[in-house]
Ligand binder design. Sequence first.
Ligand SMILES: *Cc1c(COP(=O)(O)O)cnc(C)c1O
Length: 423
Amino acid sequence: MNQIETAPELKEIVETGGHATGAQWLSRYSSSLLGVFGTPQRVLVRGAGCLVWDADGKEYLDLLGGIAVNALGHAHPFVTSVISSQLATLGHVSNFFTSPTQIALAEKLLDISKAPAGSKVFFANSGTEAVEAAFKLARRNSGVSHDSEAQPRTKIIALEGAFHGRTMGALALTAKEAYRAPFAPLPAGVVHIPFGDVDALRAAVDETTAAVFLEPIQGEAGVRPLPAGYLKAAREATSAAGALLILDEVQTGIGRTGKWLASGDAGIVPDAVTLAKGLGGGFPIGALITFGPETSSLLSAGQHGTTFGGNPVATAAALATLHVLENQQVLTHVREVGEHLRSGLAAIDGVTEVRGEGLLIGFDLDADIAPAVVTAGLDAGFIVNSPGPHTIRLAPPLILSTAQADRFLAALPALLQTAKDAQ
Ligand SMILES: *Cc1c(COP(=O)(O)O)cnc(C)c1O
């Protein structure tokens, strides 16, 4: 007998969502969950591929994928099977020990990121933790050990509009004042410079700079790609000053843009890359890749750690996700369906600009109706996100079909009209 059969109440919650309505669940939510997320939009109970269902039985086409996380959609049979096998074999060991899946995943990430010899991987459990590890790496690039006459490198540079996470180090790198101000003082030394401005970057990077943090495409800021040539200029400026170039690919990495890394065709080798969101195909995992032996030796034994990081189940989930992405030509599909979506969006009345690469897409509207479009979308069975008042973001599962993309494109004009009528 399947063990869950012995606990009917638990079985019901897990397998069907139980008998409560969405409204009943939300009332229990507000009495039991900390209010940091506001009221959730829906109570979701089940998913399959690019579809999810809520507690009231309504179906949605998921064009957000848990914010660029569900790379292979929901309940992918292969990922589910690999996770289950690993959990039934060995679930957790702590970092006093290691396990084959952890080592195999590290090797795989070094391979797909084209990391040079001597590069290494640190596993975390989320994006913000991968960034925290990178922040500590940057602090270790103090300059002091290289030349005792040198000024210590205390400056860390990030961009206006940057989002790097919500824990204190990552928050210091995140630009948005509303996220930062309530938690002052944040770790010192971070300066934010204008987005995409090469001259501002060259002027800011100097001998006191420990690191520059960049997102190749700013996701939370509304899917804003760095201008062509910026990464190359950043590489030159950081190399000349002895500062680290750290790319935050938590949102853009692992096939999201139709490449393993969004920075993959920029013609540069960074000093570190952070990954998370799509890496585990829905299972929580983050990673920091340090490029080359010198950067990889900045953090030594005892200087960083995590209990869960790199655990067998999380690393097996990531190996399973990478296996499917690689063996089913998903990256090619991402480029094609992404292009199809973007050209379809650009042709819609009321859409003023379309940005992004692969299946990370942002588009602007001719009025501040984005939150109302999200609501109209939910009512019509589509999950999308509004990172700004006139911007919609799409980050669907990478297996979104052309037919599903077309369903959204066909529905969008009516959603825009509904949103305008609601103003
Ligand atoms: C989402 C995100 C993070 C934070 O990841 P969490 O898993 O939410 O902590 C960091 N950087 C970027 C670029 C992100 O998109």
